[in-house]
Write a protein that binds this ligand. Structure first.
Ligand SMILES: Cc1cc2nc3c(=O)[nH]c(=O)nc-3n(C[C@H](O)[C@H](O)[C@H](O)COP(=O)(O)O)c2cc1C
Length: 196
């Protein structure tokens, strides 16, 4: 279902960023998707942009205005190339930023500029995950069409156990596959055209 699809992955600054080369590899080599990535500057504190570029096979931008030196419309071109956008991990901070309508880093700018469906994979400590302001922000994003793949319960980077671990790679890939199914059904005017 993902074969041949252009998936643009946005990586934000959480510990779970270190899973992304493996996830990108699975999307490319098991599911035959074409994968591009952009990162926030904070994400580059957790994983090297070069490692992500090696995983995707394409350059990875972490700064809007550096990318613009190469191609002033890079952000629009990438946003319009996407069949699907995945943000993984999606931080507390990033979710709040996008819910506020902001677009001042390569990942939030991608979301602002893309017509493609977006899947967010939140990942954070369980106390952050339980905050009402986060739930409000996720509610805003869901109400305007973003999909959320729920985090899991388990041991966290802090050693605490709770809800907030990023969803498994398998759950993320299944959610992306379901999104492509919904898109095809919409294009064909099938049953899912009536759902969100
Ligand atoms: C060691 C460390 C680990 C962090 N892990 C997370 C995390 O897993 N989830 C999260 O939401 N924020 C986490 N943060 C906080 C974010 O890095 C911080 O809010 C940052 O501004 C996020 O930037 P971004 O959303 O633009 O990528 C962590 C911070 C540090 C210092």
């Amino acid at each position: 279902m993902l074969a041949g699809k252009n998936i643009v992955v946005g990586i934000t600054g959480g510990v779970a960023a270190h899973y992304l080369p493996e996830l990108i590899g699975q999307l490319r080599f098991r599911h035959f998707a074409v994968v591009y990535a952009v990162m926030t500057p904070a994400a580059a504190q957790f994983i090297s942009p070069l490692m992500v570029a090696a995983a995707t096979g394409t350059p990875v931008d972490t700064e809007i205005f550096v990318a613009a030196q190469r191609d002033p419309l890079a952000h629009i071109h990438l946003a319009h190339l996407a069949d699907l956008v995945l943000v993984a991990p999606a931080t507390f901070d990033f979710i709040g930023k996008v819910a506020a309508g902001r677009a001042d880093d390569p990942v939030s700018l991608l979301l602002a500029a893309t017509p493609a469906p977006v899947l967010l994979a939140p990942a954070m400590h369980d106390t952050m995950w339980s905050k009402p302001i986060l739930k409000r922000n996720l509610g805003i994003l869901e109400s305007v069409g973003y999909r959320i793949v729920q985090p899991e319960i388990g041991i966290q980077a802090s050693g605490d156990s709770g809800e907030g671990r990023m969803a498994s790679m398998n759950a993320i890939i299944v959610a992306l596959g379901e999104m492509t199914k919904t898109i095809s059904e919409k294009e064909e005017g099938g049953p899912s055209s009536l759902t969100k």
